[in-house]
Design a binder for this molecule. Sequence first.
Ligand code: SF4
Length: 451
Amino acid sequence: MAQRYYIETYGCQMNVADAELMGGVLRREGHERVDDPALADVLIVNTCAIREHAEERVLGRIGQLNRHKLERPDVRLGVAGCVAKELGRELLDRATYVDFVIGPDSYRHLPEVLERVEAGQRVVHDRFNRSENYEDLPPFRLERSSAWVTIMRGCDKFCSYCIVPFTRGREKCRAVEAILEEVRRAVDEGAVEVTLLGQNVNSYRDAGRDFPDLLAAVAGIRGLERLRFTTSHPWDFTPRLVAVIAEHGNVMDHVHLPVQSGSDRILAAMRREYTNEWYRERVSMLREAVPECALSTDVIVGFPGETAADFEATVALMEDIRFNSAYVFLYSPRPHTPAKELADRVPRRTAVERLERLNELQRAIGGAYLRRKVGTRQGVLVHGPAPRGVGLLTGWTEQRETVVFPGDPSLIGKIVSVDVTGLAGITLHGTPRRAERTGSGSVLELPVLAG
Ligand code: SF4
């Protein structure tokens, strides 16, 4: 029986892509997506387990969604994603109103899981499956112009703080041909931008081909104007990859390269496989080959045993490298991870002070970088209406900065040339040019509203 489904997604882009995968599976069965949980017959909370207290947050949210079941007893409630895999059957015990728990390798089985639920069972389907890559299951994309394409699942790195290898399993790479086919289809359906996704895309391998080979092949697809990839591990960030970024104009000048710490001692305790010097060399190599390349990173503060000197090494690294943006996190002890057993915990107040100091430093560095964009002209891929302001659109530059400008909604999904005129917080503001060139070379006359 056709049902209406609602998926609420937390966490990384892999989860966003998995929500589209689940959407594809459900729509093949004739089910229809709705945006409002009050209208849905099947509610799925697609969860993230990266941070501390993730489990409590999931239990809190499904407790709220349970009110729809209380109002309409035929509503079904399920939990997907990393917390589903982490807790499994325990979720059924802790939340007696949950009907099914489905892990990241089981989304193909959603229809049969729902059938069993209709037959009165409470179902857990959360086993790892070494061969599941969903090759034959097209996602139901929520956005036409910008597509996520998963190239690999899982991770073999086992960084000492990270739960991902325990919730998403070991690395599994999709076949090159299947990825190329999916990107071609996305472009045919209107994608201007594609982001290749994986926990560590740089370790991609298939039949003797590596990530630089794949990136070059995808970049060659006719009509693909913008190509991105995330996330990268510094250890696998090679000169060949840098060469491919430099060679292909449609590979965007933005790399996210998580550093996590500037201290070699802490990097070793994190099992990150590289040193401060190694990381700096990767950045130099990238900036030499692609001078305009924006660089973003992740940093963890308060990792067990992090001394004031270790923290100062991170501060020094951030001052030297001057990232365009940085996501700074407090260390979170997670189940199954070796770091959770480390005794030398940093007091929370100290960790918070370190977090605030790095955020302040990054605000200054990032702000200075963004101010230099004022007065430049940027190609902006228009994403949609701006969240605030009438007649305003929002989109992003090649380096992934957000730009707001006045424009007609017919521009959504197109690349528009915008003169940047100001900066508010971390958002650039601008005015669109009247005659525009798209990345494919055609010239577009814009219905300009202002400027
Ligand atoms: S590379 Fe490390 S931090 Fe990233 S997903 Fe794998 S184990 Fe986690």
